[in-house]
Design a protein around this ligand. Sequence first.
Ligand code: PHE
Length: 349
Amino acid sequence: MSDPTAAFAEYEREATAALAAAATPEDLEAARIEFLGKKQGRLRDLQKSLGSVPKEDKPAVGKAFNEVKTRVQAALDARQAELESAEGAAAADALDVTLPGRAPHAVGAVHPLTRTIAEFKTILGRLGFAAVEGPEVEDERHNFNALNIPDDHPARDPLENFYLSAASVGKGGGPLLLRSQTSTVQIRVMEQNPPPVRVISIGRVYRPDTIDATHHCQFHQMEGLMVGEGVTMAHLKTVLTLFCRAYLGEGTKVRFRPSFFPFTEPSVEADALWHGAGTGDGGEEGRWLELGGAGMIDPNVLKAVGYDPERVSGFAFGFGMERFCMMRHGISDIRLLTENDVRFLRQFG
Ligand code: PHE
């Protein structure tokens, strides 16, 4: 080597320039590898060249080499510290603690009607009723015929139902309609299962009612059905009483008023005497709430589904769900349940 000191100086100049120019940790690492790398690079080359230094010069050159190396290493450390503190300062700038916080993810709420449905399923599930579903588009057999509703019955009036266009023809050849009651599910369940059966079915029904605070063209019903040997009206009253006590509170009483439905005989309207808070009328005595229709299944219905009315008997009930939900949550207008106004829905979060 001609002049190791000149080579050291050149190395040091280039190394310090490269380190100073490194603007990112990645640049700096590249410069480190080039100028201070142990396996290869400029330092290694210099070190190799020391071998050709005359013996008498070796101590001085070796010393000079070590000094250069130490200085370049120190320059690297200094630049590294600079870059790190700049990064820290940038991060500190990015966090402005005086800004309002970011809104958390919007958390949804369970719709009040969905809650009521879930609660009904739980209570009746405890009494051994399995939850089943049926289609909302029905044929006349399930909505009327098998339910003992004759052809000339006013319930079939096109003005009382949502018949689908004439082109939609059901299995039996008749027209299809949006079901007007969940009693359709009784038929479907009994057609497919031998007795005993114990089910509830909660779902939408459709009627062309004028929409106001308590009526809608679409609402939910819960149908209950229990068929087996020796099922009587006492079972019906017991199930409804236990259900009402679980939902409305201990001490709730259930009463039956005579009524008529083509598919039950005898038929009743069931009411519950509720002592709940804020009932408004009824005062201390509580308030009679209409639960819905119920009764013992007409033998004609049992026959229509292939059951033997001499062997099995059963009861059915059908309640409107919205009314329970509105009463439970103090909701005054049924339309609120379908309008999807978040100011209303957020209250159930
Ligand atoms: N389906 C009847 C209605 O919609 C209610 C009901 C169901 C009555 C079951 C008796 C038995 O009004």
